[in-house]
Design a protein around this ligand. Structure first.
Ligand SMILES: Nc1ncnc2c1ncn2[C@@H]1O[C@H](COP(=O)(O)OP(=O)(O)OP(=O)(O)O)[C@@H](O)[C@H]1O
Ligand SMILES: [Mg+2]
Length: 239
């Protein structure tokens, strides 16, 4: 049975979608069958980061509301044998989807996939509660800056109160020179803030930004330090 991994943050723009697509891509490159679910209803952009924006016909809400069968909404990502993707609705339809819908959807997907990776909306509203309903593990993506860390901490506590006890933190957009100069919170300070372990650190790198705009996951470029870093982080997450 497949595992459901929730990618959350608290604050917006920390890199959840970038992280989700690259985690999915690297796990698929390792021979796993992976489904990426975009739960950012109304503000979807996973399709863009995967270069699939012109190919989306059906989305998760079409499956939930019975407009199409689940397989119709599963799209294989170009260039991958076993990386699939299901788009969010372009409309903010969150009130139509309940935690039970999510559990039923994920239980179906668990039969086909080794990993189901859910890209969450920012914040901790109703749609977040729906997104987390079937999660086995949560990755909290934060930037090393005070506002982002506070929201990540609030998210961690919220999830813990809801019974989630398998979490880890990924620190993204790290500017090493600022950290070394003590101008932004350092790694030991960040590690002390969270009860959950830090699974890894991703540097701020323009190549990552360019890759999301091109619609090609950065880990597709093999032999780079970024690919090796993602592999290490992915191994820590799924171990
Ligand atoms: N490590 C990085 N280095 C450089 N740019 C990055 C990095 N991580 C993410 N970005 C860029 O930051 C922006 C936000 O990333 P992304 O869309 O993944 O964030 P998000 O948390 O999903 O945002 P939202 O809360 O709006 O869903 C994008 O332009 C992306 O290219
Ligand atoms: Mg996003």
């Amino acid at each position: 049975m497949g595992k459901v991994i929730l990618v959350s943050s608290g604050k917006g723009g920390t890199g959840k979608t970038m992280f989700s697509v690259n985690l999915g891509a690297i796990l698929a490159q390792q021979g796993n069958r992976v489904m990426l679910l975009d739960m950012d209803m109304g503000l979807r952009n996973m399709d863009i980061y995967l270069g699939m924006e012109n190919k989306v016909i059906y989305n998760i809400m079409d499956v939930i509301s019975g407009v199409c069968r689940i397989k119709k909404a599963m799209m294989r990502v170009d260039g991958f044998q076993d990386l699939y993707f299901m788009a969010a609705s372009p409309r903010r339809d969150d009130r139509d989807m309940t935690p039970l819908h999510m559990e039923v959807l994920c239980n179906k997907l668990r039969k086909y996939f080794d990993y189901i990776i859910i890209d969450c909306p920012a914040g901790i509203g109703d749609l977040f509660d729906v997104s987390m309903a079937a999660a086995d593990k949560t990755v909290i993506v934060t930037e090393p800056e005070v506002a982002s860390l506070r929201d990540a901490d609030t998210t961690e506590r919220y999830l813990r109160e809801k019974g989630m006890d398998n979490m880890c933190v990924v620190v993204n957009k790290v500017k090493v020179e600022l950290m070394q100069a003590g101008l932004v919170p350092g790694m030991s300070e960040i590690m002390n803030m969270f009860k959950s372990p830090v699974a890894g650190l991703i540097q701020y790198d323009e190549n990552i930004h360019i890759s999301t705009n091109k619609g090609i996951p950065i880990v597709c470029k093999s032999g780079t330090y970024i690919e090796r870093n993602f592999l290490d982080i992915a191994n820590r997450i799924v171990q």
